[in-house]
Design a protein around this ligand. Structure first.
Ligand code: IMP
Ligand code: MG
Length: 178
């Protein structure tokens, strides 16, 4: 891309690739949840807001939308469990078919925290839809729906940020290391 911002190294996922994949994932979810009255989508702020908006619009199955926000204690590399809730769901989810919609699985500790927290509230089912996964040998959590595997670099765009910047790019790019 000629007009790539100097902070960015290269585009990893184009807008077209992302939109095509979102349609595929939505179809997969519709197939799997056939017969279910509604899906309870739980988006994880801020990063998942774009994936959530695009995915929800493509779903044919009835669905509710709610959001949570979590924050990792300390910097990247903090040990498992060091996640705290910033914003909780508005409603109880007991008996609901909950689908966590998350931007990225890196170490997996955020997803692990979310799964444990929401599972304790007795949903009818609990699954995860994750936009991108960084290449890792082992991830301690189950990803039921995955958009893309990406290399272990810092990425921005499509909801993902670097210090709250570059979040609203319609594509995903590798951030230049400084
Ligand atoms: P975890 O290590 O899987 O718990 O991921 C922790 C959080 O770090 C994610 O929810 C993202 O908010 C953030 N994160 C990890 N890698 C990236 C990245 O490459 N770009 C932007 N955010 C990231
Ligand atoms: Mg996140």
């Amino acid at each position: 891309m000629n007009d790539l911002h100097p902070d960015l190294v290269r585009v990893l996922l184009t807008e077209e690739e992302i939109q095509t994949r979102v349609v595929e994932i939505a179809a997969e979810i519709d197939r799997d949840y056939a017969g279910v009255e509604r899906i309870y989508l739980v988006g994880v702020l801020k990063g998942a807001f774009m994936f959530m908006a695009d995915l929800a619009r493509r779903l044919k199955t009835a669905h509710n939308v709610d959001f949570m926000a979590v924050s990792s204690y300390g910097a990247k590399g903090a040990t498992a469990g060091e996640v705290r809730m910033i914003l909780d769901l508005r409603e109880p989810i007991a008996g609901e078919h909950v689908l966590i919609v998350e931007d990225i699985a890196d170490s997996g500790k955020t997803l692990n925290y979310l799964i444990n927290t929401l599972q304790s509230r007795n949903p009818a089912s609990l699954r995860t839809a994750v936009f991108v996964r960084k290449e890792r040998r082992s991830l301690p959590v189950q990803l039921d729906y995955l958009g893309f595997d990406i290399p272990d670099v810092w990425v921005v765009g499509y909801g993902l940020d670097f210090a709250d910047r570059r979040r609203t790019l319609p594509f995903v790019a590798e951030m230049r290391q400084v």
